[in-house]
Write a protein that binds this ligand. Structure first.
Ligand code: SF4
Length: 317
């Protein structure tokens, strides 16, 4: 009928977000810092998934990477040291409609924030947790972090770190109700982007450890990995992080791994032979605390009062 719109699906979307839509303040990380690569990948993810900036929030703690929310033109919460995860869980508990990302570092997550890290994995609330692991406290000028290699010289251990490092991926895989664990290097933009996309699409807490270069306080191990890809094992599987052939062949060493196999994921995470790159574990059926806690949230005020009265009517005062 003339003048009457019958097919609204033909209407162009009135809002299309470009990379500019997500660009916040100019990033003040050191030149060459791996954080710049992650910022670019995240902005591309937001553009590709067309995330509404007003429905997207970045939460961080303290550290170089925790400046992330300032560099995104979305909502953000730059919080206290180690406290990004409880803030993100609180947001998720009340706002199921938001896209939530957490930017945390090896010091922030694996030292002062350890308790929150374990409980957030256990709660499995939907969010993407990016751990920028440069194995050092960079913001406070070179102290040993929980992931610093044994023998690494820092300001706090000038003769070398005394303990074996914590392995964030292996630890996360040991936590009950874990549902998504991946590892990616900041110097492979296609792998980084593909991993973050898989994490964003996961219906639960997606834990992504990013091997992040800090040129100011370089980690010799990452320099070796970057120059010799045979020291990494690219995890391949149709259910994993699928790369174009031209990108996959940049990794010399391929290992077939089904991300549903938790025992094998733990084995690979602890391997001393080659650093696993890709999706170690995914379980979309893991219970989500945000869904359990949301039960009854839509109950009307009248129904709540009626239920309360019925409950109280069982008691005499
Ligand atoms: Fe990046 Fe290291 Fe500089 Fe921090 S100190 S901004 S981690 S290069």
């Amino acid at each position: 009928m003339y003048g009457l719109k019958t097919d609204w699906a033909d209407e162009p979307d009135s809002r299309y977000f470009t990379l500019d839509s997500y660009e916040g303040a100019v990033a003040r990380w050191c030149p060459g810092c791996g954080d710049h690569a992650v910022l670019t990948a995240v902005q591309r993810l937001c553009r590709d998934e067309q995330l509404e900036p007003e429905k997207t929030v970045f939460v961080s703690g303290i550290g170089c990477s925790s400046r992330f929310p300032h560099y995104m033109k979305t909502y953000g919460f730059h919080g206290l040291h180690g406290r990004a995860l409880p803030v993100a869980c609180g947001i998720r508990a009340r706002r199921p409609d938001l896209h939530i990302f957490v930017a945390t570092g090896d010091g922030d997550c694996c030292a002062i924030g350890t308790g929150h890290w374990i409980h957030a994995i256990h709660y499995n609330m939907k969010m993407v947790v990016m751990v920028f692991d440069n194995s050092v406290y960079g913001l406070t000028k070179n102290q040993t972090s929980p992931t610093s290699a044994l023998g690494r010289r820092t300001n706090t251990h000038p003769r070398g770190a005394l303990l074996e490092p914590v392995n964030p991926v292996q630890t996360t895989l040991g936590i009950a109700n874990v549902s998504f664990v991946a590892q990616t290097p900041d110097w492979s933009p296609p792998h980084l982007l593909a991993t973050l996309k898989a994490a964003y699409r996961h219906p639960g807490l997606a834990f992504v450890r990013i091997l992040q270069r800090c040129p100011h306080y370089p980690n010799p191990r990452l320099e070796v990995l970057q120059s010799d890809s045979s020291q990494m094992a690219l995890l391949t599987h149709p259910d994993g992080i699928v790369l174009e052939e031209s990108v996959a062949k940049l990794f010399k060493n391929h290992v077939e791994h089904d991300p549903a196999d938790l025992d094998r994921a733990r084995e690979l995470a602890g391997s001393q032979d080659a650093v696993p790159i890709g999706l170690l574990y995914r379980n979309e059926a893991a219970q989500r605390y945000d869904l359990c806690a949301a039960e009854g949230m839509a109950t009307s005020r009248a129904d709540k009062i009626a239920a309360l009265k019925s409950e109280l009517s069982q008691y005499r005062v």
